[in-house]
Structures are given as C-alpha cells and as structure tokens.
Write a protein of this length. Structure first.
Length: 93
C-alpha cells in the first residue's frame, strides 16, 4: 500500500501548471500552486487567476499596468506544455 501511494505521488508531482501573461513588451510567468487547481463545472481543469496573482505577489491592477494582451493557462507534464485555456484581453468595448 505504501509503495502505491509513493508511486501515485511521483506521478502527480510530474504535472505542473502555470499562467503565462503576454504583454506588449514582456511575458510574465506565474507559478500555480497545485492545491489551487481543480475541475470546474464543465469538467475542465481550472485555476482562479486572481488567486494565482495574489500568491505571486501581484494584483489585478498590476495585470492592467502590464498592458496584458493574452493570458494562457498551461499544463506542464515532463517538460511538455499544453495550453488548457487562453483568452485575449485586447477587447474594444
């Protein structure tokens, strides 16, 4: 039993998540705490951006000051990145 739990932990630990914020003049990488990742009502992997910003010592105001254009939520398994969700902030109202 202990061996199986150890194996499960190793498998889970190879998966990491990150937010990438593309701005006009830079790209910001935000680390995601695995405890903040969950399956939403649509059964998709999700993580609240405001929580990630706060845990990385940023605010929504910082996000606006960066002049962010696109935000991507990515999953990293053994170094391979997969975009789980992305959205554009370059919207004219």
């Amino acid at each position: 039993m202990a061996q199986r739990n150890s194996l499960d932990n190793k498998v889970k630990n190879t998966t990491k998540y990150s937010y990438i914020v593309d701005c006009i003049d830079k790209q910001v990488h935000l680390l995601v705490d695995a405890r903040d990742v969950f399956y939403n009502a649509d059964d998709e992997i999700d993580c609240p951006l405001d929580v990630v910003l706060r845990k990385n010592n940023y605010t929504l105001q910082d996000l606006m000051n960066w002049d962010a254009r696109e935000i991507r939520f990515i999953q990293i398994i053994d170094g391979k990145e997969t975009i789980l969700n992305s959205f554009s902030l370059d919207v004219n109202l």
